[in-house]
Structures are given as C-alpha cells and as structure tokens.
Ligand binder design. Structure first.
Ligand code: ADP
Ligand code: MG
Length: 342
C-alpha cells in the first residue's frame, strides 16, 4: 500500500485560555457541552484524514467551519492543540521551527483567496520571491520564474505590476509563485472565491490542466460544492470544526451522512455522478454476453441500452472480464429512487 503524503490524526485546534489542559482533563474528547461551558471555539475538532500522493482533497464548509484552520494546522502555520500531523512519514508537531521553515520553503506551496501579492514588485519578482527567500541567485531564480510565469499563461506580462492585472491574472501570479519552488504539497485556500463566475470556471480548468502536468498532492478549500465537484478526488465536509463526512462527490450526493451534508448536495443531480458500478449486482465466472457495458461508464450514458433490454446487461471491467449485471429496475432506482446508501 502506498503511504499517505500527508495525514492528520485526532487533530484539534481549540481557541480559548488553557486549551491544552482542558483537552487533557477531558481525555482528549470533550463533549460539545463541555466545550461550550468552557467558552472554547473548536476550530478543528478531532480530525483524522489521509491524503495520498497526487490526490486532491477538497475541504468544504460554510464560513467559520474551520477549513482555513485545518489547512494551516497541516502546514503548522497554526499550532494544533493536540493530535498528529504526518508529512512523508514525519510527525510535524515534533519538528523544530527551523525544520518547519525549511519544509515550507521547499516542499509546500500556498495560494490564498486575496492573492497576497507584493504590490511594488513586478510579476516576475513576485514569482521569484520564494526562490529569493531560499537564497537562489538572481539569474537562476528569474529563469525559473519565467518558466512558471509561462506555465500559468502570463508570458509577456513579466514586468507588469499587480495593479495592472485583472483579478484572474493576479491569481495566476499567486499560483505561479506557489509553484516556483516545485512544492510536493499544494495548499489552496479558496483560491478562486474572489473571482467572477466565468473567470472562476476558467481558473478551475487552468488548475486542472496544471495538475494533470504536475500531479501535486493537494488540499483545496472552497465553500462552493460545484467547484468541489469539478476539482476533487475526495471531499471533506466540515461543520463546527468537525469533518461530517469524507468521500467522493458521488458518495456525498447519493448517501449524505448528515442533514448538513444533504443540504450542501441538495441542488446537485445525482445522475451526473452515478457510475454503473454503484447500481449493478455483482456477478462472475462466465463469459460476458454481447453488448456488455463498462464498469466505469456513467449510468446516464448506458441507461437507454439497459432500459430497453428485458434482461439485465452484463458489466465488464477494463480487461473485459465479467464483474456484474445491471437490470432495468436497478437503473430506475439508482436514478430516481430515494435511498442508495449501502
Ligand atoms: P473557515 O476558514 O471555515 O471560514 P476558520 O478556520 O477561519 O473557518 O475559523 C474557524 C473558527 O475558528 C471560527 O469560529 C473562527 O472565528 C475561529 N478562529 C479562527 N482563528 C481564530 C483566532 N486566532 N482566535 C480565535 N478564534 C479563531
Ligand atoms: Mg477560511
């Protein structure tokens, strides 16, 4: 099994006086009532998750649900109250401040909602800045910055100042800057939330294009479920510091674990996600019949064929081996039935 690139275990961030003592007194698991009685804000509450290399984890939730705090705890920009953060097998909470600075400088890239560019530096200087901080000489860092500026589609604008760029272009600079050091992990905190819907969509495409080339391990925060669906491998939904559910978009839409998750996913029609695998009955041990459909096909794309067949249609994997059968009632139930939870 591959090792997670970054994980956290029973991670807590409480705001309030004597938070670590309070957690210990409650054996690391205080109740909601105890937290309230003690006047603590539980920004991150007992969160455990793994992000595999090359995966995009999206963290979603309303404003104040703890998304930014969780992300900042993973980079230890905010000091967790308790728990573990494991990066490439190393417990970050045991690292010294100097080790953390090195790690952030070389292995972590960050993009923020407000772009956070240096106003009196050009595009090229902004992008080269993290390399300057690393101590790279001018020639080398400008060469590298030019490469990344081109990567994000801003070639020709190297000597512009941030104020001479549109919001979308400014965030491209932010993205280029975060990629300049060639980070392993890429943290994006609502990177497109300040942009107009059309530009936003364009930036999502751009982000996915970059990720296809770069295969970073990513934590991406958004409060927009549509955006989450477009970019995520998996989605964690946060409320009051808790991860209410963590799963694929398909899992969240078809089987929300809590009313809060259901509320987020209500507007999304499930047929854009459902795959044959979620509706079929397993089968094996014989040759598939003619007209077999693929396991990974979307249900909507094969619905016509299955609905017009009196018998269940065979389902095969990538190697053409029989893995199941899909019946007419199963398709109808998957697309229009109420309950899909296992
Ligand atoms: P989100 O990013 O989901 O909007 P945040 O992680 O910024 O949420 O905040 C989570 C909770 O922690 C909020 O209730 C916020 O008010 C609180 N919080 C964040 N930072 C601090 C701080 N430095 N001191 C006290 N409370 C904080
Ligand atoms: Mg935030």
């Amino acid at each position: 099994m591959t090792e997670a690139k970054i994980s956290c275990r029973n991670l807590w961030k409480l705001y309030g006086a004597g938070a670590d003592e309070f957690l210990k007194q409650h054996s690391g698991k205080p109740s909601t009532e105890a937290l309230r009685a003690g006047n603590y804000v539980s920004a991150v509450r007992d969160v455990s998750l793994d992000i595999m290399p090359g995966q995009i984890l999206v963290v979603m939730g309303l404003s104040g649900s703890g998304k930014s705090t969780l992300l900042r705890c993973l980079a230890r920009l905010v000091e967790p109250t308790a728990g573990e953060v494991i990066f490439e097998g190393q417990n970050l909470l045991k690292a010294t401040e100097a080790e953390m600075i090195e790690l952030r400088r070389h292995k972590m890239g960050m993009v923020f909602q407000n772009f956070a560019l240096l106003p009196h530096r050009t595009v090229l200087e902004n992008v080269a800045f993290p390399l300057q901080v690393q101590g790279m000489n001018r020639r080398q860092r400008e060469d590298r910055a030019r490469e990344v500026v081109e990567l994000v589609g801003l070639k020709g604008r190297e000597s512009y100042y941030p104020r001479q760029l549109s919001g979308g272009q400014q965030q491209r600079v932010g993205i280029a800057r975060s990629l300049a050091v060639g980070p392993d992990v890429w943290f994006l905190d609502e990177p497109f939330s300040a942009l107009d819907p059309l530009i936003r969509r364009e930036m999502q495409d751009e982000f996915l294009r970059l990720q296809q080339m770069l295969s970073k391990t990513i934590v991406f925060i958004t409060h927009d479920f549509g955006e989450a669906i477009r970019v995520a491998d998996r989605i964690a939904i946060m409320k009051d510091g808790l991860v209410e559910q963590l799963g694929t978009a398909e899992e969240l839409v078809t089987c929300p674990a809590t009313p809060y998750v259901a509320e987020f996913t209500r507007e999304i029609s499930r047929d854009q996600f459902l795959s044959v695998s979620s509706a079929m009955t397993p089968a094996k041990g014989r040759r598939p019949l003619d007209g077999a459909i693929k396991l990974q096909a979307r249900l909507v794309d094969v619905a016509r064929q299955v609905l017009s067949s009196d018998d269940p249609v065979d389902v095969v994997d990538d190697n053409g081996l029989l893995v199941g059968a899909l019946s007419r009632p199963a398709v109808i139930n998957a697309l229009y039935g109420k309950e899909l939870c296992p």
